[in-house]
Design a protein around this ligand. Sequence first.
Ligand code: FAD
Length: 364
Amino acid sequence: MPSNKIVVVGAGVTGLTTALLLSKDSSNDVTVIAKHMPGDTDIEYASPWAGASYLPFGAKGSQNAEYEQATWPPLRDLARNNPESGIHFQDITVQNRLKDQQTVTGKWAAELTSSSPWFKDLMPNFRNLPADQLPPGIDNAQTFTSVCINPAIYLPWLVTQCMKGGCVLKRAVLSHIADAADAHHSGVKADVVVNCTGLGSRTLGGVTDGQVHPIRGQILMVRNDPGSMTTISGSDDGSEEVAYIFPRAAGGGTIIGGTYQKDNWDPLPDPNFANRIMQRALKLDPRLVKPGQGVEGLDVIRHGVGLRPGRTDGVRIEKDQVNGVKIVHNYGHGGFGYQVSWSCAEKAARLVSETLLQKDRAKL
Ligand code: FAD
């Protein structure tokens, strides 16, 4: 009989990956509770809106870079061995314009667009494009093989894996994190609560983390498939506007984006942004449409907006105690939640084990 009662709050990529890793220990009995579950599309739920690609942004030597490096092997192995999880390999071309260096998107993508990033020896087939192959206006560009995830398949796949490990999933809306301890499916008070509420951590009682903020991302999903991924450091349309093209796995359509708008909560797609996103995508990769076509050649499935759960000091993964309830936090993954998901979940699971050990020692 599993003896450790654990409640994970949140069923985005962070909560589900954390629950999955916790469920691999047969002494753990895990409940996942969340306001939104896979299948929902809501502005309070970031995970379904993601591209979702693996494109390292963490600066050389930073903790984010470590998280990204450690998450590449599990994502690569899923693409290789479990394509039914909705992950496939995709080549990517990354283009850089030096004039974007001081813009919002240029700073965000500084490591990704550097000609000598830390991940050049990690990513398969990494190579810099020779100067005579650079498109007009591009100062450097590189290609490598990465993965693109289809959240509509990957999130339910994570649910299936969690359930195989014995996790029970339930809907619940919390106003205070400590209340989660009373939501374990056994009816017994939980030993540990894991907080994976993303942007919700800004307002959730007992957490109310003022560092958490939205970074708005507007996208389109189209049926067109250019055959590989492309992105660029910025645009001439504004500091927070950029272009990327991510063909998702398993019929998931192609995501074209986008925007990177800090502290913007607007949940509605803006038609002006949408128009510029389409124009930029076509310029970035004309293979999106048939020769001679313009934006009318884009076959739009839907427009969307997601709010990346940013955090000023970066991801928070640490132990806490609120109203006598032992908590482990794992939130604040901004625009990189998928590409750090496995290593952040591993760290959170380690902290849960440490917390449970303390509980066992206290009983002696
Ligand atoms: P969420 O997915 O937001 O999940 C939060 C969960 O907590 C939900 O289940 C919610 O219901 C629950 N919750 C919150 N508050 C409460 C409460 N009070 N009570 C109960 N439940 C609660 N990342 C990448 O790695 N690669 C990409 O290419 C990429 N592209 C992106 C493109 C866009 C347009 C956007 C918007 C994001 C992108 N991201 C990408 C970022 C990624 O989507 C996020 O970092 C990630 O989804 C965060 O996951 P999460 O599980 O922490 O939060």
